[in-house]
Design a protein around this ligand. Structure first.
Ligand code: SF4
Ligand code: SF4
Length: 171
């Protein structure tokens, strides 16, 4: 009798250097998983990914990480930029000159204070939804997701568990 190989359930990984290294090693695999998902993702994929996101948000403390705020170029809405510049006592032009290039805020975000957001309650929408796993149409946003797994422990662990959960037939 031929038994199907059991998918290995991954252990949680929170070390940022290790996540970056593993994401590079998994790059080819991640793109193959993306192609497979495009064809075979179950109907409830958005709900499944939302549940994984909530699971890892509960297990991983963003206050001990802040890697997104430290390493990503972020695009804020104009009204959000105005609020942030005002908080820093600057005009929008001064803020743009000091902290932005090509329409995005350069990392590290000037609102980051050690590992905490100094405007947490009023942080921009893109910060609230990062790593965007709880947004609809997961399978149409996989390029961004694959970019984020190398940066964000929540995205990395959720994506790895998704591979195991869906019993993806690894090539
Ligand atoms: S505004 Fe706050 S949450 Fe958003 S990138 Fe800056 S420090 Fe991070
Ligand atoms: S969202 Fe991800 S990268 Fe950002 S602080 Fe939380 S775990 Fe770290």
């Amino acid at each position: 009798m031929k038994l199907q190989k059991q998918a290995k359930v991954p252990t949680i990984e929170i070390d940022l250097s290790r996540i970056q290294q593993l994401s590079q090693e998994h790059d080819d695999e991640n793109w193959k998983f993306r192609s497979w998902l495009k064809q075979y993702a179950p109907d409830d994929i958005d709900g499944l990914v939302r549940t994984l996101s909530q699971k890892y948000f509960a297990l991983i403390d963003c206050r001990q990480c802040a890697n997104c705020c430290r390493s990503l170029h972020v695009e804020f809405k104009k009204s959000e930029l105005h609020t942030i510049a005002k908080t820093l006592g600057q005009s929008i032009e001064e803020f743009q000159k000091q902290f932005m290039s090509e329409g995005t805020v350069n990392p590290p975000c000037p609102m980051l204070n050690e590992k905490l957001c100094s405007i947490y309650e009023d942080r921009p929408g893109v910060c609230r939804s990062f790593p965007h796993l709880e947004q609809p149409e997961f399978t149409s946003r996989l390029i961004g997701v694959i970019d984020n797994v190398a940066v964000c422990p929540i995205a990395f662990n959720a994506f790895e568990e998704l591979k195991a959960k869906l019993a993806w037939p690894r090539p």
